[in-house]
Design a protein around this ligand. Structure first.
Ligand code: SAH
Length: 476
């Protein structure tokens, strides 16, 4: 982060504006809106500023700027439009340790002003670091349409009621849950619609029945195969409300950053030092946190109910009477298939699809081979790259054609995705020649041949099909 965002209290504080034209006028209006005591230095004022001066809303010094003008100021804005003069203003302010903005010149400024959506007291400030004003404007338009004008009233109401709610609900977790339910429900709708009295009556009633003990719960949430765009709305919503988040290797860092800022994040995956929590320890940790009243999100890669031990985790919760919810995610097989252009079922090639794990148990791969080798079927092998040679050999031995197509999809759906297409007979040699990184899965079946025709994802283009070109779309 190059700039640290803050909201300044300018009310009754002296601020200096240098310049008398249209740009200066826009800045003057904003500063006055925030209650600043404004001095404008400019030999001449344009009509807008002249009118403000005549109404006594600002003090006009009809002089050329001099360094002494910055003395005792809290904030300085250089808006003369004359680069040399504006630079002088910036230097004087900087020398006096006063924050200064030169309009349209982030380089010379010590602070920059954001794009603003004003639903006072709700204010959204948006910045692209001064580098992409058009993008900032586009985002602002989107946010404007997303946030109804009445939300200012919601913020006002929350501010007014804050004391009352705090006095009634002492526990901070319980209080947060109370506010979340108020702000997401009919009370907020009444406020947006302007029914203030009804909103207050409802709040009073809710408050009388409010629970002062936070109710903990666990949300077992599928985070999808790695591309944050594939997260569900429900997952994102719960992540932003959680008090604690437990996550492991398969969950991308960017997603963990979408968790509520002050939520506790607990990494429960394998570390380099190998201090791994056992499954049993994770299960009991969740029980303990929920008992403490925390809303716990257990983020799991892909779908929690597919090779994720999700069933075991919630069985422990159920035994201990902890409320829980399961949020499905895009499982790696779906993600890999979609992003490699391999439909898992297809009228001409496969009527069914089976997900298996290639993980060895007690040294052998314990799978129902006759079932997996029936024709017109796709088999997706999770956790199977390490045992791939043995898997290919077993498929052939149990009757699948040696030239049956196979794909290995590495880091599916992410910008690091790579796809290796081969056959059951050739895959072991091909794998020996390349380094496959984790996580990867294997797709076996006739549908794999469609990848050449249906592959659309170009990791280098960040996944935008409109920019696909060339031939090496993340292949080996
Ligand atoms: N619950 C997860 C699977 C966990 S098992 C899900 O539904 O996807 C872990 C295995 O999933 C890995 O060994 C790998 O085979 C597969 N996997 C997970 N993410 C993947 C990805 N982005 N690309 C390819 N394989 C992936």
């Amino acid at each position: 982060m190059d700039y640290f965002p803050i909201f300044l209290k300018l009310r009754d504080r002296p601020c200096l504006l240098v310049g008398g034209g249209e740009t200066a006028l826009r800045k003057a209006r904003l500063l006055l809106d925030a209650g600043a005591v404004l001095t404008v230095v400019a030999p001449d004022l344009g009509p807008g500023l002249a009118e403000l001066a005549a109404r006594g809303q600002l003090r006009h010094l009809a002089e050329t700027f001099a360094s002494r003008h910055v003395e005792h100021m809290r904030l300085v804005v250089a808006a003369s439009g004359q680069p040399a003069l504006d630079r002088l203003v910036a230097e004087a302010a900087e020398a006096a340790d006063i924050w200064v903005n030169v309009v349209d010149d982030p380089q010379t400024s010590s602070y920059i002003t954001p794009s603003i959506i004003d639903r006072s007291p709700l204010v959204i400030a948006l910045s692209t670091g001064g580098g992409a004003p058009v993008l900032a404007r586009m985002l602002r338009e989107r946010l404007e349409s997303l946030i109804p004008a009445g939300w200012g009233r919601v913020a006002d109401f929350a501010r007014l009621m804050r004391q009352r709610v705090s006095a009634r609900i002492a526990n901070s977790d319980a209080r947060r849950a109370f506010w979340e339910s108020v702000l997401a429900g009919p009370i907020a709708e009444d406020l947006v619609a302007g029914n203030l009295e009804r909103a207050e009556a409802q709040l009073t009633e809710r408050l009388a029945n409010a629970d002062d003990v936070p109710r903990g719960a666990v949300y077992l949430v599928g985070a999808g195969p790695g591309n944050p765009d594939l997260l569900t709305f429900r997952a994102l919503h719960l992540m932003q409300q959680a008090d604690v988040v437990l996550y492991d290797n398969l969950v991308a860092d960017v997603m963990v950053n979408w968790v509520r800022r002050d939520a506790e994040r607990i990494y429960v995956g394998k570390t380099r030092a190998n201090h791994t929590l056992s499954q049993e320890e994770i299960n009991l940790l969740m029980v303990r946190l929920a008992r403490d009243g925390k809303r716990v999100v257990r983020l799991k890669g892909g779908d929690p109910f597919i090779f994720g031990r999700g069933g075991e985790e919630i069985a422990t919760l159920a035994q201990h009477g902890i409320p829980f919810e399961v949020v499905p995610g895009v499982t790696a097989a779906s993600g890999a298939a979609a992003y490699a252009g391999i439909p898992l079922t297809h009228r001409d090639y496969a009527q069914s699809v089976t997900f298996v794990t290639g993980h060895r148990q007690d040294g052998s791969i314990d799978l129902d081979w006759p079932m997996l080798c029936r024709p017109r079927q796709t088999v997706v092998v999770y956790m199977g790259v390490a045992t791939a040679p043995a898997l290919c050999e077993a498929f052939i031995r149990h009757g699948r054609a040696a030239d049956c197509p196979v794909a290995v999809v590495e880091r599916a759906t992410t910008v690091d995705q790579r796809v290796l297409v081969s056959t059951l007979a050739d895959l072991p040699d091909k794998l020996a020649a390349v380094q496959i990184r984790s996580p990867s899965l294997i797709i076996v079946g006739e549908v794999v041949q469609l990848a050449a025709q249906l592959g659309w994802f170009d990791p280098r283009a960040g996944g935008d099909p409109a920019t696909i070109g060339g031939s090496s779309r993340g292949t080996f």
